[in-house]
Design a protein around this ligand. Structure first.
Ligand code: XMP
Length: 509
């Protein structure tokens, strides 16, 4: 049984970051809403609880509350920002709206005798972001840090094993923040710090082997990192009882089918290629609305997959590459869906399986990558840039034809080739070309041309939520433009898109 830390989220902006920081210490952590029914969670191996910050005041009428059974579980608790104020309120202390807020880097003075501040100097810089603060600590709680404006910047109740800080140790601007988190885990929770990807992979494989021995499973591969790693793990556990399907919807990049299949062969996966490109392109004929295109592709994908699964027959389980951010996101209010993302994951609602196997559902993307590398998957597969489910279908603006797909495929290929030659293919988070139905006048030789405009998109991001256009060298842009216009028939103009996200999105449709 693995040790774990539960992080309860009070709506702060650093909730996932706290989980990351704990995991970086080799300790498994999971995130839940602050008011989750704690007794319904799997508490095996629970070694500590962290309460995050949040935007409210604890005295607000509808302020967020935890399920207070957490205080009876007999495990150490660390409160951060709102989490600290919440603990103080629960135990009868006082919190006030301070005259002056503290935002940003702030000098902190600590009582170095506290276990929480082991190896932290008496004075250091921390990141503050608050207006409310503890003015009177609850009974039994001892002040262990302060700043010039915040009389109680941290407190502890050693007997109850509760610790709290007003500042944000999870943020890199807190000089000794990571030491403080390590201290909480090591000195206070006494947790095993052996949650490493190699061990995780081994445990997962053994668990799947034990649980599903002799069962047949099926997996829709997309060529992407998540589904490939999930399938590879399951394959290591149940061997050829796993059957994989790779659907060519006719909207893939140049050479993609061959390249992806060769990689799957290299790692020994049993993959059936289904060429459904004609069906998809027929359904998409004349359709111009982006959402309608997405829906047609998503729905038909399910149909093709169902048909093929039936043909293979006998599979009781569906393997999916769902990862932790998908799990967290699906628990959130979906009111503002901007585009209906079609993932190869998220399929099974209408399908007749006994269960879904999602080995990666506790992992963040970079952890999935580490895990993939640790089980010997090829680098190109692990570092492949994201490619959306609807493929080139959302990179051809307006209706889709073979001619337009060819333009986007060929220009995209040149872009990938040149980024590789220039040595920047790993530094740019995502890059591709987009076909636009805008035609412009030009001259080639002595002839007038009236050809299409292609857009280059190259972006830098961490998580695709916020994005900046990459600052590409001018000589590279010139080379791209000249190669695309000279080598690809139908291209008359090339432009570089410098829109950030927000307000733009990464894809055009
Ligand atoms: P946007 O365009 O929303 O894209 O800024 C964010 C990231 O998601 C990818 N994307 C998709 N991925 N199914 C996917 O699996 C989709 O329907 C889809 N739409 C966009 C996009 O390539 C970018 O990485």
């Amino acid at each position: 049984m693995k040790d774990k830390i539960i992080v309860l989220n009070f709506g702060g902006q650093y909730d996932q970051l706290i989980v990351r920081r704990v995991r970086e210490n080799g300790v498994y952590a999971e995130l839940h809403d602050c008011d989750v029914d704690i007794e319904k969670l799997n508490l095996d191996g629970l070694k500590g609880i962290i309460l995050t910050g949040g935007p409210q005041s604890v005295y607000d009428e509808n302020s967020l509350k935890a399920n207070d059974k957490i205080f009876d579980l007999n495990v150490p608790i660390l409160g951060i920002c709102y989490g600290m104020q919440y603990i103080n309120k629960v135990y009868g202390g006082e919190i006030e709206h301070m005259q002056k807020g503290e935002y940003g880097k702030t000098p902190l003075f600590v009582d170095t005798n506290s276990k929480l501040f082991k190896d932290v100097p008496q004075e250091s810089i921390v990141w503050m972001n608050h207006r409310d603060g503890v003015t009177k600590s609850a009974q039994g709680f001892k002040k262990i840090a302060w700043t010039l404006n915040c009389p109680v910047a941290a407190f502890e109740n050693e007997q109850k094993n509760i610790y709290a800080v007003q500042f944000h140790p999870e943020v890199v601007h807190s000089e000794y923040g990571s030491q403080i988190i390590t201290n909480f885990l090591k000195e206070i929770c006494d947790v095993n710090m052996d949650w490493k990807m190699e061990n995780v992979a081994e445990d997962m494989i053994n668990e799947i082997k034990e649980k599903y021995d002799g069962e047949k499973m099926i997996c829709a591969l997309s060529g992407g990192v998540d589904s490939s790693v999930a399938a590879n793990l399951v394959h290591k556990a149940i061997g050829d009882n796993l059957k994989c399907i790779f659907v060519n919807h006719g909207l893939l990049r140049k050479n993609e089918v061959e390249e992806v299949l060769a990689k799957y062969k290299e790692i020994g996966l049993n993959v059936k290629l289904v060429d459904a490109s004609k069906e998809f392109l027929d359904l998409l004929k004349g359709v111009t609305d982006p959402e309608e295109k997405r829906k047609i592709i998503g729905n038909h994908f399910i149909k093709v997959f169902e048909r093929e699964a039936k043909e293979i027959g006998g599979a009781k389980y569906l393997v999916q590459g769902t990862i932790y951010p998908d799990v967290i996101e699906s628990g959130k209010d979906k009111a503002s869906v901007i585009k209906s993302h079609h993932n190869v994951g998220g399929l099974p609602e209408t399908m007749d399986f006994e269960g879904v196997v999602e080995p990666l559902r506790d992992l963040f993307k970079d952890e999935v990558r580490q895990l993939g590398l640790s089980i010997g998957m090829p680098e190109e597969m692990i570092w492949r840039q994201p490619f959306p489910g609807p493929g080139l279908g959302i990179r051809v603006v307006g209706d889709i034809t073979e001619e337009k797909l060819k333009i986007v495929r060929e220009t995209d290929y040149i872009l990938r080739e040149e980024f590789k030659n220039y040595g920047i293919d790993r530094d740019i988070w995502q890059y591709f070309t987009v076909f636009t139905p805008i035609r412009t006048v030009g001259v080639k030789g002595d002839e007038r041309t009236y050809d299409y405009m292609v857009v280059i998109r190259a972006i830098i991001s961490v998580d695709a939520m916020t994005v900046e256009a990459a600052e590409l060298p001018y000589e590279l842009l010139q080379k791209l433009s000249s190669r695309m216009i000279n080598e690809v028939e139908g291209v008359g103009r090339v432009v570089y898109d410098i829109t950030s996200k927000p307000p733009g999105t990464i894809e055009f449709e």
